[in-house]
Ligand binder design. Sequence first.
Ligand SMILES: [Zn+2]
Length: 104
Amino acid sequence: MWRATVACRGQRMGNGHKAAHHRGAHTRLARQARARYNADPNTLCARCHQPARIGDPWQAGHKLDGIVATSLADYQPEHQSCNTSAGARLGNQRRAGNDPTLNW
Ligand SMILES: [Zn+2]
């Protein structure tokens, strides 16, 4: 369960990955995914398998590492804290000023 998601950041692998395009599609789909998780009181976190927590909003995590999400099915619900801690763990050495929250 810990293998699959590097979240959507730090993808600078020099292999032609279109980060900007990816970010746009991801933002739109992720927003829809989050709305779905928020609307379902039975949503469980894909990382810690616990229900919603106060002050820890749902994030849309990637089910498959390195695969560009093309539909809501490519996302899984994750607590913000779970998503952030996992992304930081895996992405620290790769992240070089590639801020996923940057507005274009
Ligand atoms: Zn969690």
